[in-house]
Design a protein around this ligand. Structure first.
Ligand SMILES: [Mn+2]
Length: 249
């Protein structure tokens, strides 16, 4: 893992999974000094209803990222579909920079495109409609102005509805749409894409979208943290996708 860029996503941290929180804190503490940039590509938390919802979990996570940042590592936070309400205040507490997607990353001479991944799941029309609503700044301002208890109740209900809807959907609808992937690669002119969200860790070769007929474009998918933790390490054109067991999971 001696690479300048390390990326993770989909930890879904919550009070009921202290094993994942512990694994995350250990992971950040053990990042090698060769790591200059650390990216969290969304769904760091299972739920985020506003930076003013102070919890021991949030403070614990912020403290570990602050320590990482104090060691000279640049920490970047991208929103996921569960923690899209993380704001500048929490990012500052983490010593992190909030980034929007798609984020264009250059490592040595290689250009990467980073996303959470939900925006690529265009086959799920209901979800895309929901996403458009909750990513709207006016909706967010209005939501964040409501009392915490009201926000929590809304989130509980949204999660129940989402679980019920997900149970009835074929698996391929919740994966990325191949045309959306290719369109983004072509429009950006970048041939390496990395995202999480789908919980289907893999490295996909896209022969038709590469920089030349001999070279395929690549789509790297991070895994979610559950029994195993996942990360990608990027060093220019070289990269690895790794996992490790989470003790006590
Ligand atoms: Mn997600």
């Amino acid at each position: 893992m001696d690479a300048p860029v390390i990326l993770i996503s989909d930890l879904h941290m919550q009070e009921s999974r202290p094993d994942i929180t512990r694994a995350f804190v250990d992971f950040t503490a053990s990042l090698p000094s060769a790591c200059n940039e650390f990216f969290i590509l969304g769904d760091l938390f299972e739920l985020w209803i506003g930076d003013d919802d102070e919890s021991p979990l949030a403070e614990y996570v912020a403290a570990s990222l602050r320590a990482l940042s104090a060691r000279g590592v640049n920490v970047y936070l991208m929103h996921g579909n569960r923690d899209f309400l993380i704001g500048e205040e929490f990012a500052t507490r983490c010593g992190a920079q909030l980034i929007s997607e798609p984020f264009e990353l250059r490592v040595k001479d290689t250009d990467w495109l980073l996303l959470h991944g939900d925006a690529l799941c265009t086959d799920d029309a209901d979800y895309m409609k929901f996403r458009e609503m909750v990513r709207n700044p006016a909706w967010q301002r209005n939501f964040l102005a409501r009392p915490l208890a009201e926000r929590q109740a809304w989130a509980d209900q949204a999660r129940e509805q989402s679980q019920a809807a997900t149970a009835g959907k074929p698996a391929e609808i919740m994966d990325v749409n191949q045309a959306a992937v290719l369109e983004l690669i072509r429009a950006s002119g970048r041939h390496r894409m990395l995202h999480g969200h789908t919980h289907r860790p893999a490295v996909h070769e896209l022969p038709d979208a590469g920089p030349s007929p001999e070279e395929a474009a690549k789509r790297v998918v991070l895994g979610d943290w559950d029994r195993n933790g996942w990360y990608a390490a990027i060093d220019g054109a070289e990269f690895t996708l790794q996992n490790f067991p989470i003790p006590g999971s």
